[in-house]
Design a protein around this ligand. Sequence first.
Ligand code: ADE
Length: 222
Amino acid sequence: MKIDILTLFPEAFAPLETSILGRAEENGILEFNVINIRDFSKDKHKKCDDYPFGGGAGMLMTVQPLFDAINSVWTENSKIIFPSPVGKTFNVKKAQELSKFDHLIFVCGHYEGVDERIFQLFDIEQISIGDYVLTGGELPTMVIVDCVARFVDGVISKESLESESFSNGLLEYPQYTRPQEFKGLKVPEVLVSGNHQEVEKWRQEQSLSRTQERRSDLLEDR
Ligand code: ADE
């Protein structure tokens, strides 16, 4: 999967080179391309923002550099995403859907927003990562990219995806590793019993009770 990220702050994306995503790129499964929107500005000072018509707080990103930046990477098969608090809320279903594309283009907004005409010029899906406002689209892009990448074949094991939170509509069960006892706290007996059926039953019960206690809304959606 090719992922182009258009931003005024390319340095914000250094974390993509680390850990699981970095390895996926080294293995040729993912290809990241971070592009500076400012390089496309036709303004003599490379300006990419201006005052909103009609007045109001702050500055908006101008449409020309955005249009040219998107155009430089767009093909018929591209899916364009603009992280924004006005989009539908991101979830695991959306992540799985996006993981099926061969090419994603993320456009990171900054300042108070962007000139609305960019949404008339391209088919762009706006996605929110939650009901709060961040200073720009860089962190939400990172969140969405990270989550989507996990569903791309070969990035992480299928087994990990199957047992994690939300995969079956429930939160994941608690887990333990060595030592078996720490500061008087013991690992639940069933997990060291060697009885796989009992372990599975315990995990299902834990998943359900955790979900009931912390996220009963997930049970209503099942
Ligand atoms: N940009 C600023 N806030 C955001 C949010 N909550 N989700 C996605 N993009 C954003």
